[in-house]
Design a protein around this ligand. Structure first.
Ligand code: NAP
Length: 210
């Protein structure tokens, strides 16, 4: 992993690609601000949003169908030329491990350094993830924290993990879902197109979960 290496063996500039992993149920402005902040702070060329398939620690938890979560991410990121959304995990069968996702991306982007971005709460358990030892050779990990949140970073290798506080992460998907279920507005918490998509498909009213 070449954190400061901008030049590959053949002299070409190495790409710097953010990999934004999350359930995105639904994607909200906190995620978008976080991706934008990390893109700027780490001079990333691109940020690929990867909605999860089946998160290893949530195999029994129900979430909105992956196609809806994917399409909401597409709508939310459409206006940013540096943001893209990948079907890499939603099209994969079985449990979708981050190690496998990063292995695939490393193969398809051999001239890129990868920066895996996710919530710091999720990162706190990274030492228990599949192939934890190899994860740090595949990517640098960026944990996005909510204001006032303190991550217990005991045991996490400092050179491979960075934390970025993002005030907009005061918005949470859990809160958005609860508001919609209670009939409260989600305007300005999630992008306008996502509010309309949620309304059109009646999401978060107890149907369309898998
Ligand atoms: P989660 O447990 O649902 O989320 C934990 C916290 O992080 C929540 O506060 C969440 O806020 C926030 N968060 C999640 N994704 C974020 C993002 N991209 N940017 C900023 N904040 C984010 O986490 P998860 O979504 O299931 O998993 C996060 C990522 O870690 C996924 O890519 C997942 O596949 C990976 N993961 C991998 C393994 C493994 O390979 N063994 C195990 C666990 C997680 P919101 O609810 O508001 O998003």
């Amino acid at each position: 992993m070449h954190l400061s290496g901008y030049v590959s063996g053949n002299g070409a500039r190495r790409q710097r690609i953010g990999v934004m992993g999350g359930t995105f149920d639904p994607i909200h402005h906190g995620h978008l601000v976080a991706a934008s902040e990390v893109q700027h702070a780490f001079s990333l060329d691109e940020v690929i949003f990867i909605p999860t398939g089946v998160q290893p620690f949530k195999t029994k938890k129900r979430s909105t169908s992956r196609e809806h979560r994917y399409l909401m991410a597409v709508i939310a990121t459409a206006s940013n030329p540096r943001f893209t959304v990948s079907r890499l995990e939603i099209d994969r069968q079985g449990i979708t491990y981050t190690a496998d996702t990063l292995e695939i991306l490393a193969k398809t982007h051999p001239n890129a350094d990868l920066f895996f971005i996710t919530g710091s709460d999720a990162l706190a358990s990274i030492l228990d993830w599949k192939d934890a030892d190899s994860l740090f050779s595949l990517a640098h990990f960026v944990g996005v924290t909510r204001p006032g949140h303190v991550l217990d970073a005991t045991g996490l290798p400092e050179e491979h993990v960075s934390l970025v506080e993002v005030p907009a992460m005061a918005i949470s998907s859990t809160d958005c879902r609860a508001r919609i279920a209670e009939g409260k507005p989600a305007w300005y918490l999630v992008p306008d197109g996502v509010v309309q998509y949620i309304g059109k498909h009646g999401l978060y009213l107890g149907v369309d979960v898998e």
